[in-house]
Design a protein around this ligand. Sequence first.
Ligand code: PEP
Length: 263
Amino acid sequence: MKKFIIGNWKMHLNVHEASLFVAKLAQTVPTKRNVEVVICPSFIALQPLSLQINYRQMKLGAQDCYWRDSGAFTGEISATQLRGLAQYVLVGHSERRHVFDEDDREIRFKVQAVLRNGLVPVLCIGETATERSDGDVEHIIGDQLVSGLLNVGADQIDEVLIAYEPVWAISTSDKPILPEPQDIEAAVKIIRAQVAHMFGREAGKNIAVLYGGSVDKDNARTYLSVDGIDGALVGGKSLIAPEFAGIVEIASEIAKSEADKDE
Ligand code: PEP
């Protein structure tokens, strides 16, 4: 199966810097048929980058969107407005949930809006350090999934990506901790079981599940080799071209060796 490497640039780079950085990525990121590479710049950079990137090499994603298609919503950007500029949209990133207090209802509406507009939602879920130490992981990520996917149709689930991002592992969190591969494997099992419960066994097996949290080119092999993981959502290191390119290269090698094993 194809791997996904998605770079989340967060609130970094102005339009000019974004364009220069994409020119650098164009020279460093390998184009691989078995890896879908997506970069998520700020909204303002999407339009110029949509004219600059080579779509065979990478696609564009937005970091968020509003859930109404249009109307009197000053300052918001809808999934309808993103059509033609982005192919993916991050929904429910932990910074949206915890810095901007986005709730499960809004996140659910955003997932629907993204699908309604023919784009791919990357539904981000994950527990905080406290929730983990309270033993609530299964409960928290189960609830985030049920709520986020509640209005997704059985015919749409194949278009959704899930990013499991334990908040305590994100490089900008208070004291980031690198998770053990078995922590991620356990979470992926919960995610696949929940999707299977909601949409059937095939959906649970087929849905793409990405890991996110302090991924770099040195640990990418470990995390991308976790059973059931189909890619990575990369924050900090997506702004360092050789790191991001290295992660893409490793993803491609792992995708190839998995395909060889399946033959
Ligand atoms: C993120 O914020 O989505 C993320 C995974 O960040 P980092 O890779 O910097 O931990």
